[in-house]
Design a binder for this molecule. Structure first.
Ligand code: MLT
Length: 253
């Protein structure tokens, strides 16, 4: 029996319960989408940090090659090279560079999963690549970042999409889900109808669902409307970002 659990907030799982398991951290709007984009654009690695000062110190230690990225209250942090808009992380800006990165919720969720056996980043932009990889795993946890301790629909939606791909697309033994996985799966099936799954309307349907979420509405209010379409661009980045706990770096290796 394979097991897949969803935790709709980091606080809903004891870090010790993630020990040795394959964990996917999800922050669709926007941390994990942005990390996928940065690595797809050729960044050497992304170094997640909890605090702004920690990020500044880490970048200073790494030297002039390091770039600072991230957000507080959705906006670029003073003195940082980038905010948290995926579109900022172009090849011209980040290729072969180290991005030291801090966000409000996404990087915190990663810390919560520090005991994972394998720690991956998930977003709509890497859905198929991630699902293919997970189909070979026996014990999976999807940890949703949420926003400031509140469950967010966008992360639950993605968790549901990932469950559909992993558990319903590959032939294998039966999966056991926790109830949060069931909630995510049914939310996804309700919000994005099966009839559009294989069509060009698929990203549009996801984008519309993301726009209705609190996270989407916050981004629109801050002028980051375009980031929602970027986050909804299913499979735009065929990457599998993995956090190596020993080095503290997220890479594609
Ligand atoms: C976070 O980590 O909280 C976010 O990704 C927030 C944002 O991008 O605005």
């Amino acid at each position: 029996m394979q097991e897949l659990r969803v935790h709709l907030l980091p606080a809903l799982v004891d870090p010790a319960d993630l020990a040795g398991r394959t964990v996917v951290v999800v922050d669709v709007l926007r941390a994990t989408t942005t990390i996928c984009r940065a690595l797809q654009a050729g960044a050497a690695c992304v170094v997640p940090c909890l605090e702004i000062d920690e990020a500044r110190e880490t970048a200073a230690k790494l030297g002039p090659d390091a770039l600072l990225g991230g957000e507080r209250l959705g906006r670029r942090i003073e003195g940082f090279h980038f905010g948290n808009s995926p579109s900022e992380y172009t090849a011209a800006a980040v290729a072969d560079r180290t991005v030291v990165f801090t966000t409000t919720n996404g990087t915190r969720a990663m810390r919560r999963a520090a005991q994972a056996g394998e720690l991956l980043m998930g977003a709509f932009v890497n859905l198929s690549t991630l699902a293919k990889h997970l189909s070979q795993r026996q014990a999976i946890d999807i940890v949703c970042a949420g926003t400031n301790g509140a469950i967010t629909f966008e992360d639950a939606l993605f968790a549901g999409a990932l469950i559909e791909r992993v558990c319903c697309s590959y032939v294998g033994p039966e999966w056991q889900w926790n109830d949060q996985a069931r909630l995510a799966f049914h939310s996804w099936q309700n919000a994005v109808p099966a009839s559009v799954r294989d069509s060009i309307r698929f990203p549009v349907a996801i984008s519309m669902a993301l726009r209705e979420c609190q996270g989407g509405r916050n981004l629109i209010a801050e002028g980051f409307d375009a980031d929602i379409d970027t986050a909804a661009a299913i499979d735009a980045c065929g990457v599998l970002p993995r956090l190596d706990q020993a080095t503290g770096r997220i890479t594609l290796r």
